[in-house]
Design a binder for this molecule. Structure first.
Ligand code: ZN
Length: 423
């Protein structure tokens, strides 16, 4: 009884699904034709699926594969496959809407525009052919840059914009004349401007900054709310969140003027504290709060150590209870692969330090030496040292803690009077 009910419900939803699919198919004037299954070209996800789920039939049919230039990445969706399978189970596969295909060049083969799941399932079930609508002209539907189309537009406007985009592509493709190409480029720039505005309106503030950071390029001028070293000290000891910003080094006095332009979340509710500056300023700083139930670590995090290696900032100051870390690197690494390798080399060293210092709360000569020595040794061991020859790590502790900490003075750590180094 129960089973029957379930299968009834199943059938009901299946019919709705088929109905929705059928209605979502773009109405085109072309008629439905039956295309031999071996004439449907497979892309990589289809090929992989068929290899796994219908190897013998695949071997028999041996469909053509899309060339790499036109190929698609990703995998087929199991949910869709399941739904189509239930249509086959119920014997109503003929009710599935026809797939949309496009003739591949002037060959007798067809690439799938819509209906990759139906195609592989037809192959799996030994169908000799599959009903399809042959589309002419336009590009693959799914390759429209949908994400650029603002959501606020009505359906009609969206359609218009889509047409505009495809038209511009067609024009681009057809021109051979250089001068004409230039004019089109200018047009497309204007159009791109429209798109970008729409992204902004959707609240893409964060995305915009990320994009700017990735780009690197010129260092933006430092601005924000001026902060004295006293303000920093107070925030560190009372605020349960990091504050951050940029700094200007006064060449006359050799003192940093700090400007705040960021504030991070508290811990908890956030899993960890962090703070991101608005832009990639030359000199950036942030605090590691010494207050509250769970004070931040007295050591730089992996991200803190990597920040100056990637694009943008050349110096990073980290204020913590006992002093200020200065991490600098003039030379940048652009290759993500090498950055990943450096991160992999540094991460276990930072972890070890944190685990052996009561979650980063003890600071001794030994732990400091161990951390810095091992960072450089680790990089050297992996052959990565050559990539960051200008990398420097130093810890400047506040001179009024000199006796408490009892650190040996070296070129890596020195006692400083905060008022001599910061405004
Ligand atoms: Zn930090």
């Amino acid at each position: 009884m129960r089973r029957n009910l379930f299968s009834l419900i199943d059938k009901f939803f299946l019919n709705i699904y088929i109905y929705i699919m059928a209605s979502s198919v773009k109405s085109e004037d072309s008629d439905v034709v039956n295309i031999p299954i071996e004439n449907i070209i497979h892309d990589t996800p289809m090929m992989n699926w068929s290899k796994k789920n219908a190897p013998s039939i695949l071997n028999q049919v041996q469909p053509k594969k899309l060339p790499p230039k036109k190929d698609t990445v990703g995998t087929l969706k199991p949910k869709k496959i399941d739904r189509i399978q239930s249509a086959y189970d119920a014997g109503i596969q003929h009710k599935l809407p026809p797939i949309n295909v496009k003739q591949y060049g002037k060959t007798g083969f067809y690439e799938v525009i819509d209906g990759r799941h139906r195609s592989v399932m037809a192959l799996k079930h030994g169908e000799k052919s599959i009903p399809a609508k042959i589309m002419t002209g336009g590009k693959k539907r799914r390759s429209y840059p949908k994400r650029y189309i603002p959501t606020a537009l009505s359906k009609r406007d969206k359609r218009k914009q889509r047409k505009m985009i495809t038209k511009s592509r067609r024009v681009k493709r057809n021109i051979k004349n250089k001068v004409r190409r230039k004019s089109v480029r200018r047009k497309s720039v204007r159009r791109r401007g429209v798109k970008r505005r729409s992204v902004r309106r959707r609240g893409g503030v964060k995305r915009r900054h990320v994009r700017r950071k990735m780009k690197g390029g010129a260092i933006p001028p430092c601005e924000g709310q001026p902060k004295s070293i006293n303000d920093i000290w107070n925030s560190m000891h009372s605020d349960n969140f990091e504050i951050c910003g940029c700094a200007i080094l006064d060449p006359n006095t050799n003192k940093y003027q700090l400007f705040q332009n960021g504030q991070g979340p508290g811990k908890p509710p956030a899993e960890r504290r962090f703070c991101q500056t608005l832009r990639n300023y030359g000199i950036v700083w942030h605090t590691h709060p010494a207050c509250c139930e769970t004070p931040s670590k007295l050591y730089p995090s992996v991200e803190d150590l990597l920040k100056v290696v990637k694009h943008g900032s050349h110096t990073s100051l980290i204020f913590c209870q006992y002093g200020v870390w200065t991490i600098s690197c003039a030379q940048k690494i652009v290759q993500q692969q090498i950055i990943n390798m450096i991160q992999a080399a540094i991460a276990p060293i930072v972890d070890h330090t944190v685990n052996n210092t009561h979650n980063g709360q003890d600071l001794t000569n030994e732990t400091l030496n161990w951390l810095i020595d091992n960072i450089f040794a680790g990089l050297k061991k992996q052959g990565l040292e050559i990539y960051i020859p200008s990398y420097k790590i130093a810890f400047n502790f506040w001179d009024h803690y000199e006796e408490v900490l009892n650190l040996e003075i070296s070129d890596r750590y020195r006692a400083i009077n905060p008022n001599d180094h910061f405004y």
